[in-house]
Design a protein around this ligand. Structure first.
Ligand code: NAD
Length: 306
């Protein structure tokens, strides 16, 4: 069986070496197609592949049509909007992502952003410490859990709201579950956002909710920009000169926010939460392991086109 790694932007060598080890030890052949500029090269390479690992490479209907033997495609990473799921499903190809592999990278960035805001964007002047402050984790999933874990090392008091995670699971990890999102925002000095963007959560972080934050509150967003009601946020930042917003997902109204709110607002120029060497390697190795597990045992745990 042939496993193809098709990466327009290649993995680091440590990742490809690891992928090779995992696949060859399982008795499969590994083929690499890296830095391809012509999509015809991808069509040719995938023609006799049984499995494929991609990064942000597009797996279109045409790729699926060319992949006569393909049984599984794995996007090494969390987001999988580069995979044409309908085309995969129609051909019976299992599509997967590798959730959780970049969570630590995102969690570290969230804490780094808190320090950055607490220290006046690294400008001269008296800042504040995270120790003893209340941190509210909004959604206790892969990233949220790791933020809680790291924040404990800073001596923060951790609260969380996640309707899908039982309170005793949080309590076992030293995290206080709160009963409502309103309680979380009114209790905590820092809120770290980790909700997915769904019809329910879109624009849910709005004026009313944010206005509950205590004096000097700081919202940290490493999740998605769609969950923020940008108009409501801007209105509140205007009224409450004590509040701060830091984000890894540049708002549509970035230029206005940057001009109006100076050091109380910061956005990374390009989403960088998952952009670490370690996260890329982890995702590549996870993709290889998931393919081997699927081919050997039929394990479809991370299938996204069920
Ligand atoms: P996850 O799926 O592991 O966790 C999401 C959590 O949200 C789950 O525990 C779920 O129960 C909870 N949840 C769902 N709806 C909720 C609601 N209405 N209220 C409260 N909780 C709710 O996801 P994750 O891997 O932890 O990722 C979290 C977020 O981070 C996502 O928005 C993802 O897009 C984003 N992300 C950003 C980067 C980056 O580069 N900045 C990288 C990876 C992920």
């Amino acid at each position: 069986m042939k496993i193809l790694v098709a990466t327009d932007k290649p993995f680091a060598k440590a990742a490809t070496d690891g992928i090779r080890k995992i696949t060859e030890e399982a008795g499969y052949e590994l083929a690499l197609l890296e830095k391809y500029t012509d999509v015809n090269d991808l069509y040719a390479a995938v023609a006799d592949a049984d499995a494929m690992i991609v990064r942000s490479d597009k797996v279109t209907q045409a790729v699926v049509d060319a992949a006569k033997q393909l049984k599984i495609v794995v996007r090494a990473g969390a987001g999988y909007d580069n995979l044409d799921l309908a085309a995969c499903t129609a051909r019976g190809i299992v599509a997967m992502n590798t959730p959780g592999q970049n969570s630590n990278a995102v969690a570290e960035l969230a804490l780094g952003m808190m320090v950055f805001m607490a220290r006046n964007n690294f400008q001269p002047g008296t800042g504040s410490e995270l120790k003893g402050k209340k941190l509210g984790i909004h959604a206790y999933g892969n990233v949220g859990k790791l933020v809680a874990h790291i924040a404990k090392g800073f001596g923060m008091e951790i609260y969380a709201f996640d309707p899908f995670v039982p309170a005793d699971v949080m309590a076992n990890e030293g995290v206080k579950a709160v009963a409502s999102v309103e309680e979380l925002y009114s209790t905590c000095n820092y809120i770290s956002l980790h909700i997915p963007a769904t019809p329910e959560t879109k624009k849910s972080i709005n004026y009313d909710l944010l206005s509950k934050m205590p004096k000097g509150g700081c919202l940290v967003n490493t999740a998605r920009k769609e969950v923020i009601d940008e108009e409501g946020l801007a209105k509140l930042l205007e009224e409450r000169t004590d509040l701060k917003y830091v984000t890894d997902i540049m708002p549509d109204s970035h230029a206005v926010l940057a001009e109006k709110f100076g050091a109380r607002y910061f956005s990374t120029p390009k989403k960088m939460g998952a952009e670490t060497a370690e996260a890329n390697i982890n995702a590549g190795l996870a993709a290889a392991n998931q393919i081997v597990s699927f081919l050997k045992t039929g394990d479809k745990k991370f299938q996204v086109n069920k």
